[in-house]
Design a protein around this ligand. Sequence first.
Ligand code: ADP
Length: 521
Amino acid sequence: MKFQSSEALYKIIFNTINDGILLTDLETQKFYISNKTICKMLGYSPKELKNLGVADIHPKKDLPYVMNMFKKQARREIGGTKSLPVKRKDGSIFYADINTSIITLDRKNYLIGIFRDVTDREQMEKDLENASIAAQNVFEDLSTEKSKVEMARAKEEAILMSIGDGLIATDEKGNIMLINKTAEKLLGKKKEEIIGKNFFEDIIIKNEKGAPIPLEKRPMSMALATGTTTTTTTGTAYYYKQKDKTMFPVAITVTPIILDGKAIGTIEIFRDITREKEIDKVKTEFVSLASHQLRTPLSTVSWYTEMLLAGDAGKLNKGQKKYLDEVYHGNQRMVELVNSLLDVSRIELGTFLIDPKPTNVVKIAQSVINEQKLQIEQKKITFSPTFETNIPPIQADPKLLHIVMQNILSNAVKYTPEKGKIGLSLVLDNKKKAVLLKISDTGYGIPKDQQDKIFNKLFRANNVREKDAEGTGLGLYIVKAIMDQSGGSIWFSSKINKGTTFYVTLPLTGMKKKEGIKMLE
Ligand code: ADP
């Protein structure tokens, strides 16, 4: 095909190319020539476009900037095409890459703009840009969050790492995730050699005698099993091993980390209590020594008052007897207190012995009842003991058994008002394979908020302190120690102003023997 003129050719090209072409009068910024594509792009006819200018197709606020840019571009002061928003006749906006140049026609300067609709690309890029801005924001947020968390973590870590107590964090299986400097030092293990290892396997806990504490009795197992914080006290003997194999006593607190009601790990804090133990021992030894020294003069007072009361130094008149009775009674209380203190010191020093031999439990109960008979009668208490006949002799330390029963029964008598009721029963508990002693009363009861302290040394509940000034708060502590160390158990239930029931079980296998140098008094 042959074109009549090159002008015609240009016209065809001008109108068929896919890019929009607009000529703008540089002075008036009015459009001068348009091609078909730009008419299609903008939605105007060529005629309509002739009455319009740059200001009509570019969002107004951008105009000076756009024009300036076009001119610069045209003068090649800036390179490349520029993607800009363009307004259609219907007001909608599309994006176009616009490339401009200056042309002089009829001695006038015009700006030629070549428009390429890049809406799709632009949109895509915009989307991408938005997405990337969003992503960047998220990342920035995350990284600021992260750095915040990291900062907080770094701070927390620094604090935890340098606290004076040993700290070990584990997962729910006991695998060690974190250990601080103090723990490293106390255990003589380096972080590198212990992280990832299992706490239960790699860290041995022993008792005073060097026997390993069973897995289920370890504070961490208990914290994981119960989901509650488990704390050992100075009294309980837990020992960790140093690198040089020496053992040192520790006080341990294990807190489970709970997520959605499940323990997902633990934090153990432990402290070397060697010094506390030493101080404790010195105190106990002092009490032991002092009570020993007190016993001799007390015995002297006891003997001589007994002799006086028996009339060995002549007949006493009524008044003399009354006063001497008071002296004797007061002295007896003092003897009991000193004996209790001695017992406590022997328990704490671990020097008391348990010497089991075949023992008739019922007989011991009867002798304890006999000792209390007078007080029971004086208080007009209805007392009903019952003994099952099938109770076999048990390997038990009769003296300790006596102490246990005497303490519980005398408490029942002491803490039950006149005309109350006390029951004592001894039965064979086949299920538990034990003899069960049950002593119940209709007395003052133990306030609920103080029940967990009842076996503590020197503890007396406030409801009885007002009523009875004579107690020491040592009896149940001694009883509990005897039961714990001989393999039996003791517990109670109580309701304030309704009464209390104490339960003691003695395994049919008998009391565990314990070597020692002193009997309890
Ligand atoms: P105490 O010398 O005070 O009797 P115990 O160690 O024997 O010391 O008992 C400790 C505390 O337990 C008592 O002070 C009392 O508060 C409470 N308690 C023990 N037995 C009973 C009981 N049967 N009824 C009410 N409270 C009791």
